[in-house]
Write a protein that binds this ligand. Structure first.
Ligand code: PLP
Length: 353
């Protein structure tokens, strides 16, 4: 840290992304990326001409991409916001709506508390129940910025649409942000409710279900006044937030028919298979609706399993955090990757007893 850093930032603890080591080739099950490539339409969308056009700025309004999202979801263009990864929307939302404070669960996406700290926002951190379910009533009537990941990370547990609606309708004077990074793997999206409630912001991303984490593309649905707020912040920070190639790739990806849904279905099938296999080894595994599993065993410490798998060339995510330090979050990869994972876990468990 330099002696020039502004006061408020010196104590800030930054978000720590999952490791991306280059020392050897790992089976990467630690950052919830897709094992499948983007659709062929994306490969075809970017050639020499498009690369030469990089000399030009990207379209700040993202007209073509916005029209494609509008068509895919049947939501008017003025109710759509596009961003450089969905983390950017989360950033903007904390910046825009945190004045009265922010409410989120104790166990959830680690970025929420970082943004709150960055903007000096008071937080009301509500503990999940012992089984990691969310106490819906505790999130009602807050009238502050309420932030909920659905399905939640790293537990994978999802709320019913009726529960989301209860939270949204009981907080008319606060924005309710539903982070749907994993919704395509088995939960119900709340995006249609943005037509009914002016305080609901539904955030999604191309990073997980649409196999494009490296393109950095997020999107959100909300009442057009909320979209205007987000646009105002975007034009005050980075008007060209989505680069030319990502706009092309995103548009092409949306026009690939059922490709991404088929991938989501394969991943959900693999998830259920791995869950059963882990349960056969006496692991406790949450009922995940996402593209990852959250599991612990009474026979091995969470951290130890993580380290032993790493030695065997398999990366999973361990959080050194109260209440969940015995758990690991395991991204659901391809069937072959998961067979290798299960084999390695079996070997480790045999060595352990
Ligand atoms: C991965 C993730 C995001 C962010 O994804 P982007 O790559 O920035 O779109 C947001 N929320 C949750 C809960 C996530 O797991």
């Amino acid at each position: 840290m330099s002696r020039f850093l502004s006061g408020g930032l010196s104590a800030l603890e930054a978000y720590v992304p999952g490791e991306q080591p280059r020392d050897k080739k790992y089976i990467k099950l630690n950052t919830n990326e897709s094992p499948y490539p983007p659709p062929e339409s994306v490969v075809k969308a970017i050639g020499r001409t498009e690369i030469e056009d990089l000399r030009l700025y990207s379209d700040p309004e993202c007209k073509v991409l916005r029209a494609a999202v509008s068509e895919e979801y049947g939501i008017d263009r003025k109710n759509i916001f596009l961003s450089n990864g969905s983390d950017e929307i989360l950033n903007f939302a904390f910046m825009a709506y945190g004045d009265k404070g922010a409410v989120f669960p104790d166990i959830t996406y680690g970025f929420y508390s970082v943004f709150a700290e960055l903007y000096g926002i008071k937080t009301d951190v509500i503990p999940l129940n012992d089984d990691f379910t969310l106490d819906v009533n505790a999130f009602c009537g807050k009238n502050k910025l309420v932030v909920i990941a659905n399905p939640n990370a790293p537990t994978g547990l999802a709320l019913e649409l009726s529960e989301i609606e209860k939270i949204v309708s009981s907080n008319p004077d606060g924005v309710v942000l539903i982070d749907e990074a994993y919704v395509d793997f088995g939960a119900q999206s709340a995006y249609r409710l943005t037509e009914k409630y002016d305080n609901l912001l539904v955030v999604q991303t191309f990073s997980k279900s649409r196999s494009m984490a490296g393109a950095r593309l997020g999107f959100a649905f909300a009442d057009n006044e909320i979209i205007e707020d987000l646009e105002k912040i975007k034009y005050s920070t980075n008007p060209y937030n989505i680069n030319r190639l990502t706009q092309l790739a995103g548009t092409a990806a949306l026009k690939s028919g059922g490709y991404f849904k088929e991938n989501c279905r394969r991943i959900a099938d693999t998830r259920e298979y791995v869950k059963k296999e882990l349960e056969n080894m006496e692991f406790t595994v949450t009922a995940s609706a996402a593209n990852f599993l959250f599991a612990k065993s009474d026979k091995i410490r969470g951290k130890e399993l993580y380290l032993k798998l790493k030695e065997k060339g398999i990366l999973i995510r361990h959080f050194d955090k109260e209440r969940i330090s015995e758990y690991n979050r395991i991204t659901v990869g391809s069937r072959e990757e998961m067979e290798a994972f299960l084999k390695a876990v079996r070997e480790i468990m045999e060595e352990t007893v």
